[in-house]
Design a protein around this ligand. Structure first.
Ligand code: 5AD
Length: 456
């Protein structure tokens, strides 16, 4: 087929708009959905241009679910004026609600769960033929490999500098606040061969930084036969040509052992950054959350990591206002945050989730009043912003190495990338810089990132 024909075909193909909420696993799933549909669709930005709209949903907190429902309300209006548009909901709310989502949202044509992405092309086709509304949310035992999604042809031109690669799905930890085991199923490790194949492919297409994804990445391989280990996997990935930086998200403190810690001293490609969710600084709350570690152990891990990698940036997730949290519990969290001096922290107010142990265990009287949760959240945010700013300001006037990812989200004329510690850095540069590591002199620091001048 000539190039012109190809271009023409692409122009006349139906538009696909995909909206993604939530975590990087969802982003990764959305990439797969796009690959699965790429042969027959062109990707468009807005629902108005689309014939097919897929919303990849998140249910980790109540707020994310609300965003989904208000978007579905808007899309119902759009479908009233253009009934030929097909609307599908994927992701964690889809998995959690199934049929109920169809019942409550008249505009939705299909609901597809987290283990059934490969069914999407067939669901779309049936919806276009005017078939019944469909739900596909059965959990599968096996890992769903999507060969079509990982052929070089499909990925060409769509592989960024930073490649997401899932190594594990689901979670078997049962933290009492967390919905993930019911939305993504039990923990299952992906085969190392498949992981390496995907990393090689993406590296050959220009990826320089690999981000390995899983709910508790460092427990990788325990369910495989023969057993495999996360540390061994990292060492194999580090040998792949083109992979300059390796990151992963997120490890669980209870699964940190010495082979994991030693990676930080021994694997040069491993970026000097770890996102290590702590959730609370109070042992009483950690126990109620069923986190399986104590504050003292967490702090010991931090120390051991820093001994092995003095430049290491540590970031975290914290939940405030878990049921029964007292001022004393909260004070312990604040103290821990100051002791670790995180580079940044994602702070959340506790949100009761369906099918979780915390939801059934605690009564309304044990909940932290919203005003107290809000006050604690603010106190923690202010403390963290100050520390983040101090970390970033310590780089003023210094040279940093930035792996350039693309245009800045804030100011389109600037480029953006990350320093090894994962801090975002913006600078004026040339789009030819995208994909390479450039030296930038830091001129400005905020709690959220850096800005500077590119040095030639
Ligand atoms: N309420 C508030 N925050 C939550 N998280 C997970 N579940 C909840 C919940 N029910 C936070 C945790 C987790 C991050 C991804 O989201 O901090 O690490």
């Amino acid at each position: 087929m000539s190039i012109d024909r190809l271009a023409m075909d692409q122009m006349t193909q139906p538009g696909l708009c995909i909206k993604t909420f939530g975590c990087q696993m969802n982003e990764y799933d959305s990439e797969k959905i796009v690959h699965l549909l790429a042969a027959s669709h062109r990707l468009v930005e807005s629902p108005e241009e689309a014939e097919l709209i897929i919303v990849n949903s998140c249910s980790v907190r109540d707020k994310a679910e609300h965003k989904l429902f208000s978007l579905l309300g808007e899309l119902r209006d759009l479908k009233e004026s253009r009934p030929s548009v097909v609307l599908g909901v994927a992701g964690c709310v889809a998995q959690q609600e199934g049929q109920e989502l169809l019942r409550r949202n008249s505009g939705v044509d299909f609901v597809v769960g987290t283990h059934n992405l490969s069914l999407i092309p067939a669901l779309v086709q049936r919806a276009r033929r005017g078939g019944e509304r469909q739900v596909a949310v059965d959990f599968r035992e096996e890992w769903e490999e999507l060969p079509a999604a990982f052929s070089a042809l499909e990925l060409e031109g769509r592989t960024g500098v930073r490649a997401l690669v899932a190594i594990q799905r689901g979670c078997s930890k049962r933290c009492t606040f967390c919905v993930v085991p019911t939305t993504r199923g039990e923990e299952v490790s992906r085969s190392a061969e498949e992981i390496l194949r995907e990393v090689r492919l993406k590296a050959s297409l220009g990826a320089r930084e690999v981000v390995l994804l899983g709910q508790t990445v460092n427990s990788y391989g325990r369910d495989l036969h023969p057993r495999a280990s996360f540390a061994a996997l990292i060492r194999r990935i580090a040998q792949i040509k083109g992979v300059e930086r390796i990151r992963f998200t997120s490890p669980h403190p209870a699964d940190v052992h010495s082979d994991f810690l030693d990676l930080y001293a021994e694997v040069p490609q491993l970026a000097p950054h770890i996102h290590l969710p702590v959730q609370s600084g109070s042992n009483r709350i950690l126990r109620l959350m069923k986190r399986n570690y104590r504050r003292e152990r967490y702090l010991q891990i931090v120390e051991e990591l820093r001994n092995r990698s003095p430049q290491l940036a540590i970031t975290t997730d914290i939940i405030v206002g878990f049921p029964t949290e007292t001022d004393e519990d909260f004070a312990l969290t604040l103290e821990l945050l100051r002791e670790v001096r995180y580079h940044s922290a994602f702070l959340f107010k506790y949100s009761p989730r369906p099918n979780t142990a915390a939801l059934s265990r605690f009564s309304a009287s044990e909940e932290v009043p919203p005003a107290s949760a809000q006050a604690r959240f603010q106190t923690l945010q202010e403390a963290q912003d100050e520390i983040s700013l101090q970390h970033n300001a310590s780089l003023l006037g210094r040279q940093v190495q930035v792996l350039v990812e693309g245009a800045s989200n804030n100011i389109r004329s600037l480029l953006r990338g990350r320093i090894p510690q994962n801090t975002l850095c913006e600078f004026a540069g040339d789009s030819a810089d995208i994909g390479s590591v450039v030296h930038v002199q830091v001129e400005h620091a905020s709690a959220h990132g850096l800005r500077g001048n590119r040095l030639s």
